[in-house]
Design a protein around this ligand. Structure first.
Ligand code: PLP
Length: 287
């Protein structure tokens, strides 16, 4: 397996970064998770736009133009002879002195990993997942903007651990006002009386590429689609609940805090949107 590491392709075992890299020392950097479906790098432009916006927001100077980055990512997929894959792009502040000040870091590190994807098991889409609400709160948008996909994922990790401890598949995260924001690495949608709702990202959610694709598909297919705040109660009494994300695609939620969602089976609208989503995964992107 070949890993792209700041200008070269190196073998997986030799793909290492310095202990002085501020990405390692402080989580100072940004990243993306991207999927390849039958040779199509799904929504690559959207992922690159988010990556460059995240970098700009934290004043990390990307060492390559977007078009170069696109070619590097495509070449990493080609070199590993992958048709269906998961890509991880990491850009860290790079090596510097100890201490938080990033001004000693002159060369951002760029890593691209492409590997064969461990798909979520088919049964999980048929059965649906269970959620538990967690005590950790999504950070406030005036602290670290939730739209920045930074390497600081400790909050999300803690949330995932809380879900594990509760014996469920995923976490239901809220902000400090109790509005639902997202899962540990997925956006959330609910359906009530045939209207689809998802939280506005300013409440404290990443602007997911899959989320946006589903909003577009929902509008296209004639559903009433609203970006509107809602609470845990609204999730409990929803007819359908589903999560979206690069890894999860669109996955039904069938239980929230031990309350069944609807009749406890993946909903009709959820399944419809999943099948429509799967249709665009091989065409909408970069080959
Ligand atoms: N929310 C968080 C915190 C995430 O890390 C992710 C994963 O990237 C998502 C939501 C889903 O976003 P996307 O659909 O772009 O993968």
């Amino acid at each position: 397996q070949w890993i792209y590491l700041s200008g070269e392709y190196v073998n997986k075992n030799e793909a290492v970064v310095s202990v002085y890299d501020h990405g390692f020392l402080y989580g100072d950097g940004v990243f993306e998770g991207i999927r390849v479906y039958e040779g199509n790098i799904f929504k690559l432009d959207e992922h690159l736009n988010r990556l460059y916006d995240s970098a700009k927001s934290i004043m990390l100077q990307m060492p390559y133009e977007k078009e170069e980055m696109k070619e590097i990512i495509a070449e990493t997929v080609r070199k590993n002879e992958l048709e269906t894959a998961y890509i991880r792009v990491v850009v860290s502040r790079g090596m510097g002195n100890l201490g938080l000040d990033p001004s000693s870091c002159s060369n951002p590190r760029v890593v691209v990993i492409a590997e064969a994807l461990a798909l979520f098991p088919k049964e999980l889409y048929e059965r649906g997942v269970r959620l538990a609400s967690v005590s950790s709160r999504r950070n406030r948008p005036d602290v670290l903007p939730p739209q920045v996909k930074s390497l600081n994922y400790l909050n999300n990790i803690l949330v995932k651990m809380e879900a594990n401890q509760a014996g469920v598949d995923e976490a239901l995260m809220m902000n400090d006002q109790g509005y639902v924001t997202e899962g540990s690495a997925d956006n959330i949608f609910i359906v009530k009386n045939s209207t689809i709702y998802t939280p506005p990202t300013y409440l404290g959610a990443l602007e997911g590429i899959t989320r946006n694709a589903i909003i577009d598909l929902a509008n296209e297919k004639g559903y009433e689609m609203k970006e509107q705040p809602f609470t845990r109660h609204d999730v409990y009494v929803a007819d359908e609940v589903f999560l979206t994300g690069t890894a999860a695609e669109v996955i039904a939620v069938v239980e929230v805090d031990q309350r069944p969602v609807g009749d406890g089976k993946p909903g009709v609208i959820t399944n419809h949107l999943l099948s429509e989503f799967r249709k665009i995964t091989t065409t909408d992107g970069y080959k």
